[in-house]
Design a protein around this ligand. Structure first.
Ligand code: KIV
Ligand code: ZN
Length: 513
């Protein structure tokens, strides 16, 4: 059985996709989860892109010691120096340098000829190697590059010290057969390829990101680059959970496996969706709500007789919790901790206190508390990690609210909030009760946040289910977007919590007053 390394780029390529940006503490939480998931390499960011990217790579380098921590860098000294500064404190640092190798990219983007690109690869990979032993070299747009030239680029990179060469299908253009053949060609024609990892990085523009990655594994690739839930530029990157489960389920065909602890897959997927506010499609393989649901009577009958009739994977393997009744109004903190532990959540005491308070409140509103209720409470715990900067920012909390709404009457909201022990309250009228409530928050805090997007959906089952509200707000001062989420059995309360969560992120980003 061959081992395939999983290079997770959720925090770099994934975070580049619209609506998926994360703040520092969210990236740290996600990186810790990726480490638990067992990914081999975390690409933590693109250090030169912004001071925030640089800072988060540094913080992740200290937070996830069991993984290789990589930063992306273009082929120039400033990028490489900055990437090295960001990862150098990691136990296992990697610099990931890239340059485009296709004719169209070299001519119109780089304005360089092939000879100049070859020379730059040699110079810049050697420069990166003088700082860091673990060097990955990527040929951007490799799948649309001339094969002979591509093989020369990789040969030069290896001669200059690259320990991994990456073959991206940058624009998601290739087919599985072509990608597989390209890997076979490179294995034959790249000098010094033995002992060097061959990586693939497939985008999903034609919906073939996962199939292309798997075809490369079949042809001998030893590393796959992917993201949780398949987030990424445009149509996204190849999805981690699909690749891992395809390799696991079809071991007989691929003869390859990964180091991933599949029990952590579901939790990683939910955590990312919760952080970014980007929902998972119900039909998404492996982690979608319907991935293991059997509606048709004939299927249900088969499932009862023998699950293998219609199920090729066991949902337990992925860590999907059983939706059984688990706790009630009289359950204590001990029972709560135990239940969370069986669901795979190890919660420090101070955070358990917060979950317990909200659990009691929820148990008053609902008769039975299921695993999905507990999951929602856990994912929405008030603050999972606080960075030093954030510790100094007073956060706003909802104290109480009430609304008046109906047809042909004014829509009025009253909101009371607390910031830094200061309690403030106000009333506003608006186009609807939420518009009015958000206006109160803006006025009390003296901010001009604009609501850009809003959604509410049930995240647990039953009439008394928990509603999760997700808001995207923009700051009129900077134009920056912030995502906030909140949960409650009362959707107005969930929406206000989501709005305040977004506002708090705006303050944490330095937009405080
Ligand atoms: O898609 C791509 O080509 C990339 C490279 C920078 C690896 O993300
Ligand atoms: Zn990419």
């Amino acid at each position: 059985m061959n081992k395939v390394k999983i290079f997770d780029t959720t925090l770099r390529d994934g975070e580049q996709s619209p609506g998926c940006s994360m703040n520092l503490s969210e990236k740290i939480v996600m990186a810790r989860q990726l480490e638990k998931l067992g990914v081999d390499i975390i690409e933590a960011g693109f250090a030169i892109a912004s001071p925030m990217d640089f800072k988060s790579i540094q913080a992740i380098a200290q937070s996830a010691p069991n993984c290789v921590i990589a930063s992306l860098a273009r082929c120039n000294k400033l990028d490489i120096d900055t990437a090295w500064e960001a990862v150098k404190d990691a136990k296992k640092p990697r610099i990931h340098v890239f340059i485009a190798t296709s004719d169209v990219h070299m001519k119109y983007k780089l304005r360089m000829n092939p000879e100049q690109v070859l020379q730059t690869i040699t110079e810049m990979v050697s420069y990166a190697k003088s700082k860091c032993n673990d060097i990955e070299f990527s040929a951007e747009d490799a799948s649309r590059s001339d094969r002979e030239f591509l093989a020369k680029c990789f040969s030069n990179a290896i001669a200059a010290g690259a320990t991994t060469i990456n073959v991206p299908d940058t624009v998601g253009y290739s087919t599985p057969q072509e990608m597989g053949e390209l890997i076979s060609y490179l294995r034959e024609h790249v000098e010094g390829i033995n002992g060097v990892d061959i990586s693939v990085h497939c985008h999903n523009d034609l919906g073939m990101g996962v199939a292309n990655s798997l075809a490369c594994v079949k042809a001998g690739a030893t590393q796959v680059e992917c993201t949780v839930n398949g987030i990424g530029e445009r149509a996204g990157n190849a999805s981690l959970e699909e690749i891992v489960m395809a390799l696991r389920t079809r071991k007989d065909f691929y003869e390859a496996d990964t180091n991933i602890n599949t029990l952590e897959i579901y939790k990683s997927s939910r955590l990312l969706s919760n952080i970014t506010g980007v929902p998972i499609s119900p039909t998404k393989p492996i982690v979608g709500a319907n991935a293991f649901a059997h509606e048709a009577g004939i299927h249900q009958h088969g499932m009862i007789t023998n699950a293998q009739t219609y199920e090729i994977m066991n949902p337990d393997e992925i860590g999907i919790p059983h939706r059984a009744l688990v706790l009630g109004k009289h359950s204590g903190k001990h029972a709560l901790r135990e239940r969370l532990e069986t669901m795979g959540y190890e919660i420090p005491d101070e955070e358990l206190e917060d979950i317990f308070t909200r659990f009691k409140k929820l148990a008053d509103a609902k008769k039975v508390i299921t695993s999905s209720d507990l999951e929602a409470l856990t994912l929405h715990r008030s603050k999972i990690v606080k960075t030093d900067d954030e510790n100094n920012v007073p956060l706003c909390q909802l104290v109480s609210h009430s609304i008046t709404s109906g047809s042909d009457i004014p829509k009025i909201s009253y909101v009371k909030i607390k910031r830094d022990d200061k309690v403030m309250e106000g009333v506003e009228a608006g186009a609807g009760p939420l518009d009015a409530a958000f206006k109160v928050v803006n006025r009390l805090l003296g901010i001009e946040a604009r609501l850009e997007d809003f959604s509410v959906r049930a995240v647990t089952e039953g009439e008394d289910s928990i509603g999760e509200a997700v808001v995207k707000i923009s700051s009129s001062a900077t134009g920056e977007m912030y995502t906030g989420s909140g949960i409650s059995t009362d959707i107005v309360e969930a929406s206000l919590q989501a709005y305040l969560n977004g506002v708090n992120k705006m303050f944490e980003a330095g937009e405080s007053r």
